[in-house]
Design a protein around this ligand. Structure first.
Ligand code: Z5A
Ligand code: MG
Length: 226
């Protein structure tokens, strides 16, 4: 009988226009076409769901007034809506490539001035990623990229604050292997892809014996390990 190994949960994080969608698509396509790994691409916010429609309106309309705390909770609800599907896909052997996750939720809301730890609360207990690729791009570099400025948060000063919030995850993650920082400045799309692929393959090889066990990820996001 063939044993289905669970899929891996891979997240991409970073500032607006840092290259998350480009790199997620390239990784997904390589895994599917070159390694024959079953893959599904997902993204947050999921703008199609009930909560996602509100988030889409909010992001596209800078004049829409809404309390920062309330919108933060809706971003988190948008992830909880997908929790069961994420677990079920991973169990059935599908590797998920996820464009933004709860780290975005915390980084953007904390950049608005909300308390960093408070911001984690609504996402506590979600599925923790196996690997999070943080694309570390300079806020000044990305402002020249196409379509920059079209949504609510795309302002250099604000992006610098988001970058500082992400920096806290970087510090927290020093003792936790799931956070992988990929420097973006001065690198081509292809150079970044090969660096990410290399790190992914090394991780996959290191996990090949033990990755059936989903228990250590399910419910583990932002929960202290005892
Ligand atoms: N948000 C939040 O507040 N709370 C939450 O919980 C969540 C999100 C989940 C929408 O996110 C907003 O939601 C976002 C955070 C907030 N803030 N804003 N505004 P989104 O993911 O839908 O959109 P985005 O991240 O803002 O933008 P994006 O366009 O999706 O960016 P990207 O995916 O990182 O970039 P890209 O599409 O891959 O690349 C952008 C361009 O740069 C494109 O022309 C590429 O060809 C080019 N590019 C990419 N890499 C390179 C390199 N290495 N060199 C040169 N050019 C490059
Ligand atoms: Mg994108």
């Amino acid at each position: 009988m063939q044993v289905v190994k669970r899929g891996l949960f891979i997240v991409f994080e970073g500032l607006d226009r840092s290259g998350k969608s480009t790199q997620s698509k390239m990784l997904a396509s390589y895994l599917e076409n070159e390694l024959q790994v079953p893959v599904k691409s997902i993204c947050f916010p999921n703008r199609e769901s009930v909560s996602g429609k509100t988030l889409n309106q909010y992001l596209q309309n800078r004049d829409m007034k809404y309390p920062d705390e309330a919108i933060h909770l809706i971003f988190a609800a948008n992830r909880w809506e997908m929790r069961d599907q994420i677990l079920s896909d991973l169990k059935s052997g599908i590797t998920l490539i996820c464009d933004r996750y709860a780290f975005s939720g915390v980084a953007y809301s904390a950049a608005k001035g909300l308390d960093f730890e408070w911001c984690k609360n609504p996402d506590r207990g979600l599925v923790k990623p196996d690997l999070t690729f943080f694309i570390d791009a300079n806020a000044e570099t990305i402002k020249s990229r196409s379509d920059y400025g079209s949504e609510r948060y795309e302002r250099v000063e604000f992006q610098k604050k988001v970058s500082e919030s992400y920096g806290k995850f970087k510090q927290e993650a020093e003792a936790d292997e799931h956070w992988v920082t990929v420097q973006a400045d001065g690198k081509s799309i292809e150079e970044m892809h090969s660096e990410i692929l290399d790190k992914f393959i090394k991780y996959r090889e290191s996990q090949s014996e033990g990755c059936d066990d989903l228990d250590k990820l399910a419910g583990a996001l932002f929960v202290e390990q005892k």
